[in-house]
Design a binder for this molecule. Structure first.
Ligand SMILES: [Zn+2]
Ligand SMILES: [Zn+2]
Length: 527
C-alpha cells in the first residue's frame, strides 16, 4: 500500500531522512527499556512516548509495526536493592517491572509487541559472546569477557567520537584485565554466592550492552528499521550495541534509523536539593491527570530538552518559597518550621497545570460538539457527508507529525480549528444548519484520529472531566465529598423554596472557588 513518507531525524547520519522499511509496510523497531530496580520517573515516560507516538502514526498510515522494548531484569542495581531488602533479585525485578507496566498503561502507552527480559535470553547472550571471541572481536580475562574496541574500526561513528580519543584517557577505571581502557565488558565475573549464571568463562552476569544486541537480533534480525532510546544512551550503550551486533553478524548496518529523545530537566540548577533530582510518575499522577502529563510531554519536540518547573508554597502561610529558601529550615515569610518531606508533598508543576487546562479545554469542546450533534438527530442522513474524506484539521495535523514527529507543531495546528468550532457552537442562529452540522461532525471524526495518533482525548468527555475536576479539587485542598454534600443541600433548600439558606450555601461554595452549574433537575459544579 502506498503511504506518505515520514521524515525522521537519524542520529547516525545527523539529518532528517525519509523512514524506509526493509520489508514493505512493516516497521521493525527496538527501544531500550528500563532496568527495573525502583519506581519509574519522568525520564522513563519521555523515553517511552516518542516511540509510542511513532508506532501510532505508522499504524494510522497503515504500516504494520513490530515494536520491541526490553526489560533489564538482572543488573548490579537490582542486586544491590535485593540485598538491601533481603530478597532475591527476581522479587525486585518483577515488582518494578509490574509497576513500570502499570505506569505506562496509565500514561496511555501501547503495549509493545514483545517485552523480552534478559534472564530469558541468556542462551542467545552467551552464544553472541562466544561468536565474538571466535572472530577475534572479544577476549576472556580472569572470568570476564571484553569487547576489543581496536578490532572494530567503525567504533565511534554513531556518537561522532574518534577512536583515538576513546583509547587515550578514556574516562573509565583502569583495569589490568583489559587490553585497552576503552574495551567494555560483555560478561562480568562475580563472586560465588552472588546472584549470577554459569558460562564457559566462569560464574558471572552479562554486560548491559550485549543484552540489547542479543535480544534485538533474536526478535528482529541482524538488521532492523528503527532503534530508539534516550540521548544519554548514544555513548557508550548504543555505540557498543552497534559494535557487538555488526561485529558478530558481519553486517554494515545494525539499525537503519537511530531515534534519540532529549532529557527531562527539573528547572535546571534552581531545583531544590531537598527533592533529589527526580519525581516518580506515581507522585506526579497523584496530583495531575495522566493525560495532562502525556500532553505536557508531547508539547515539546521529542529531541528538545524538556524543562519541568516546580513551585513550592509554605505549608503554613501558603507563600511561594524561593529555591534557596526551600533548603532552609524556616519560612522567610512566616517563620514556620519547614520539613523536607512535607515540602516535597507541596511541590506543584506550573507546566502541568497549564497542560491540565488545555486537555480539559479539548474535552470540553468535544463534549459540546457531541451534544450539538446529538441534538440534531434529523440531520442523520448527512452521515455520508460527515464521514467523508479527512480534510483540514486532520491532514495538517498529520503533516506536522510526519515531519520528524513534530508534536508541538501538530498540537498548535489544532488551536485555530478549536477556536472556530467553539465560535460555531456558540452561534445559536443564522448560517446554514447543514453546513454547520457537517463541520462539527467532521471535527468530531477528525479528533478521533488525532486522539488515536497522540494517545489522548480518547475517553468519554463526561467521565474525564468529572475525574479531573475532583483531582484538581483535591490538589487545592478541597474536600470533594463535602462540596458534593453542600451542593445537594443547596438544591434541597431551593426545592423547599428556602432561598436565604440556598444563597448562604452558594456563598460558602463561592468562597471555596466552586462555581455552581444549575440544571433543570439538579446542580453540578466546577472550579
Ligand atoms: Zn539497549
Ligand atoms: Zn510561611
Amino acid at each position: 500500500m502506498d503511504h506518505p513518507s515520514i521524515l525522521l531525524f537519524d542520529t547516525f547520519s545527523g539529518e532528517k531522512r525519509p523512514l524506509a522499511f526493509i520489508e514493505p509496510d512493516h516497521c521493525r523497531m527496538y527501544c531500550c527499556g528500563p532496568t527495573v530496580y525502583d519506581e519509574s520517573h519522568l525520564g522513563h515516560a519521555r523515553a517511552a512516548i516518542a516511540p509510542d507516538v511513532l508506532v501510532r502514526l505508522l499504524r494510522h498510515l497503515n504500516v504494520r509495526v513490530t515494536y520491541v522494548r526490553n526489560i533489564t531484569d538482572i543488573d548490579d542495581k537490582i542486586v544491590n536493592r535485593a540485598q538491601a531488602e533481603g530478597v532475591g533479585p527476581e522479587v525486585i525485578a518483577s515488582r518494578y517491572a509490574e509497576r513500570y507496566a502499570e505506569d505506562m498503561e496509565r500514561l496511555g502507552m501501547l503495549v509493545p509487541s514483545e517485552e523480552p527480559r534478559v534472564t530469558a535470553h541468556l542462551g542467545e547472550i552467551r552464544e553472541m559472546i562466544e561468536a565474538l571471541i571466535s572472530k577475534g572481536l572479544a577476549y576472556a580475562a580472569e572470568g570476564s569477557v571484553y569487547f576489543r574496541v581496536a578490532s572494530f574500526p567503525e567504533y565511534g561513528r554513531l556518537s561522532k567520537r574518534r577512536p583515538e580519543d576513546l583509547m587515550v584517557g578514556a574516562r573509565v577505571e583502569p583495569d589490568a584485565r583489559k587490553e585497552n581502557p576503552a574495551d567494555f565488558a560483555l560478561w562480568k565475573a562475580i563472586e560465588p554466592g552472588e546472584p549470577g549464571f554459569d558460562s564457559p568463562w566462569g560464574y558471572g552476569r552479562p554486560g548491559w550492552h550485549i543484552e540489547c544486541s542479543a535480544m534485538s537480533t533474536c526478535l528482529l534480525g541482524p538488521t532492523f528499521d528503527v532503534h530508539a532510546g534516550g540521548m544519554d544512551l548514544i555513548f557508550p550503550h548504543h555505540e557498543n550495541e552497534i559494535a557487538q551486533a555488526q561485529g558478530v553478524h558481519g553486517t554494515s548496518t545494525y539499525a537503519k534509523h537511530w531515534m534519540h529523545n532529549g532529557f527531562v530537566n527539573f528547572a535546571g540548577e534552581k531545583m531544590s536539593k531537598s527533592f533529589g533530582n527526580f519525581f516518580s510518575i506515581r507522585e506526579v499522577l497523584h496530583l495531575y491527570a495522566a493525560e495532562a502529563l502525556r500532553f505536557f510531554l508531547l508539547s515539546i519536540h521529542y529531541r528538545s530538552g524538556l524543562n519541568l518547573d516546580t513551585e513550592v508554597r509554605c505549608p503554613a502561610c501558603k507563600m511561594l518559597l524561593l529555591p534557596e529558601a526551600q533548603d532552609q529550615n524556616v519560612c522567610s515569610h512566616c517563620g514556620a518550621h519547614l520539613q523536607a518531606e512535607e515540602l516535597r508533598r507541596q511541590v506543584r508543576f506550573p507546566g502541568l497545570e497549564e497542560a491540565d487546562d488545555r486537555v480539559a479545554y479539548v474535552y470540553e469542546t468535544i463534549r459540546k460538539a457531541r451534544t450539538f450533534l446529538d441534538a440534531h438527530p434529523g440531520e442523520a442522513e448527512l452521515n455520508g457527508v460527515v464521514l467523508g474524506p479527512p480534510q483540514g484539521l486532520l491532514s495538517s495535523f498529520v503533516d506536522a507529525m510526519r515531519d520528524d514527529l513534530n508534536t508541538s507543531q501538530a498540537l498548535s495546528v489544532l488551536s485555530e480549528p478549536f477556536k472556530e468550532i467553539n465560535r460555531l457552537l456558540h452561534t445559536k442562529k443564522g448560517g446554514d444548519a447543514h453546513a454547520r452540522y457537517r463541520v462539527v461532525g467532521q471535527f468530531v471524526e477528525d479528533m478521533r484520529s488525532v486522539g488515536a495518533i497522540l494517545g489522548l482525548f480518547l475517553e468519554d468527555p463526561d467521565v474525564y472531566l468529572e475525574r479531573r475536576r475532583n483531582q484538581k479539587a483535591a490538589r487545592i485542598g478541597l474536600d470533594v465529598d463535602r462540596v458534593n454534600e453542600l451542593v445537594a443541600q443547596r438544591w434541597a433548600c431551593r426545592t423547599a423554596q428556602d432561598w436565604a439558606q440556598a444563597d448562604a450555601i452558594r456563598d460558602e461554595l463561592t468562597s471555596l472557588q466552586v462555581t455552581l452549574l444549575d440544571g433543570p433537575t439538579g446542580s453540578d459544579w466546577t472550579l
